[in-house]
Design a protein around this ligand. Structure first.
Ligand code: BYC
Ligand code: FE
Ligand code: FE
Length: 469
């Protein structure tokens, strides 16, 4: 089905033939726009931004480019095409037809997961609210705004499900999605990472590399869901997600490249000298990486989780790329799990969060390899590393356990003393903040980052990606 852009809410779900749902969503729409004006990118509403908008879900349709003022962006509801006779691919209902409605007995579990997913999307926009004011280039500013409008659309995707399939409860949850705010003391966002400030661009690049990648894995596992509208919506969201992680991978890579240039120019790897020259030393980059990676590991939940087991058993949430596994039921399988008290054998269903976390960690390694290749080619013997998955955890079996980045258990006192070597200190943050100066001349880059290899949609790097007003 093609997307009807003459409607208030572009969609490929035949909204025009469901007047009640259409009215409910049109009622929510102005609230979303008010939220966007208040919590979205600051002072950006009259800028013309070179953005990609989805005009169809097929290979050609989903990436149509042009200048848009963000409040006029066409946030729409798009589901990937249905798969005929789709069957549930895992758990106790393996092989049964996928559901077009939410089974009554699974309603509250589905609602909780959809709300949690939906909550992260506007949260990230709130976290990035002020970043535009200190953009390192117009190219980066445009990418920030692209990520922001798409996270806004991801919120729409979840609100559509809440309104369409969860009645009054769903409508109430949709209101709450605009009422909670990132970092709000009284009414914060649901998951930890989404209450952390993203007040500098190094954090933004780490967040889009590590935290959007949690998004990729959670969406992949929900794309397996027995509830077909959820699966289809997540499949389409994943096509957009790739760009967010691209922004993170190339963003960190460019910071590293600039640091290497400065190291070469100065003939030293002394952090103080590099900083004095306006670049970020590799040790600081490593500390930022440690922070965002470990915070994102917590997003997978506890190693042993009855929630995870019941989501898998009942067909709510599968494993990312479920068809790569042989056993889709996992009734008797077990997993050896490392806990602070030694190795424990647990039922695989209970360990699904850990299975996902391990797949995620493997995926995280790819960017590190690329960044390290640059460092090696520049002739330096320094390696960026992912810390142990037990380091600095706040959720699960390792929460609060004093483990160093190599995974070694330490005395609490020892650990506390060395933490500043491993995580960004106040002075690291103050230094990184001091670099954040706005650069908006087309093609110009802030001194702490290298330019990208190429521009967007075949345009040159010095294209006027945002026309500021
Ligand atoms: N912080 O059994 P447990 C994205 C809660 S990112 C705070 O261990 P479970 C995006 C948990 O909610 C993808 N609380 O875990 C990225 C539960 O609370 P209740 C987001 C946490 O339930 C960038 C309790 O602890 N999508 O899209 O198996 C930009 C015990 O839970 C945390 C999803 O997460 C935490 N880190 O799994 C924009 C998918 N971890 O219910 C967007 C939907 C756990 O007892 N969510 N808790 O009050 C889920 O599937 C699951 O809720 C979780 C947790 C994987 C998050
Ligand atoms: Fe998203
Ligand atoms: Fe994203």
């Amino acid at each position: 089905m093609s997307i009807n852009y003459s409607e208030k809410i572009p969609n490929n779900v035949d909204l025009a033939n469901d007047r009640k749902l259409q009215r409910a969503l049109e009622h929510w729409q102005p609230r979303f726009l008010t939220w966007w004006q208040e919590q979205g990118p600051r002072d950006s509403s009259s800028d013309d931004v070179y953005l990609r908008t989805a005009v169809g879900v097929d290979a050609q349709g989903w990436a149509s480019y042009g200048y848009v003022k963000m409040p006029d962006y066409r946030w729409g509801i798009f589901l990937a095409d249905p798969i005929a006779d789709r069957k549930i691919g895992f758990g106790d209902h393996y092989g049964e037809p996928a559901w077009q409605q939410v089974p009554g007995e699974l309603r509250s579990q589905f609602r909780r997961i959809i709300v949690t997913q939906g909550d992260t999307e506007p949260a990230s926009v709130e976290q990035q609210h002020l970043l535009g004011l200190t953009c390192p280039s117009l190219y980066d500013l445009r990418n920030l705004f692209q990520v922001n409008v798409e996270e806004g659309r991801h919120l729409w995707a979840m609100v559509y499900l809440l309104h369409g399939y969860f009645g009054r409860d769903g409508r109430e949850e949709a209101e709450q999605l605009l009422a909670r705010h990132s970092g709000d003391r009284d009414n914060p966002r649901i998951l930890g990472t989404f209450n952390e400030p993203i007040s500098d661009w190094l954090s933004f690049f780490m967040f889009t590399y590590f935290t959007d990648r949690d998004g990729k894995f959670q969406l992949k596992s929900l794309a397996e869901s027995g509830f077909d509208p959820l699966a289809r919506t997540c499949r389409f969201m994943l096509t957009e997600e790739a760009h967010h992680m691209f922004v993170g991978e190339t963003g960190v890579g460019r910071v590293v490249r600039r640091t290497l240039e400065v190291m070469k120019e100065l003939g030293t790897d002394d952090p103080a000298a590099i900083r004095a020259h306006g670049a970020v030393d590799l040790a600081t980059i490593q500390r930022y990486l440690n922070f965002w990676f470990t915070s994102s590991l917590d997003l997978f939940g506890s190693e042993v989780s009855s929630n995870a087991a019941s989501s898998f058993a009942s067909g709510i949430k599968g494993r990312p790329d479920e068809d790569r596994y042989e056993d889709h039921v996992c009734a008797d399988a077990t997993l050896e799990l490392e806990t602070p008290d030694g190795t424990e054998s647990v039922s695989l269903r209970n360990a699904m969060n850990e299975v996902m976390r391990d797949a995620y960690i493997k995926d995280c390694e790819i960017g590190l390899k690329r960044w390290n290749m640059q460092i090696k080619r520049a002739g330096y013997d320094i390696v960026l590393r992912l810390p142990s998955k037990h380091f600095c955890r706040s959720i699960g079996a390792w929460a609060g356990v004093p483990v160093d980045p190599e995974g070694k258990l330490l005395d609490q006192q020892d650990y506390d003393q060395r933490l500043a070597d491993w995580l960004p200190s106040e002075s690291d943050r103050a230094f990184v903040h001091s670099l954040m100066q706005r650069v908006v001349e087309p093609g110009k880059m802030a001194g702490w980052t290298a330019p990208p290899d190429r521009g967007i949609n075949k345009h040159p790097v010095d294209y006027e990606y945002v026309r500021l007003h």
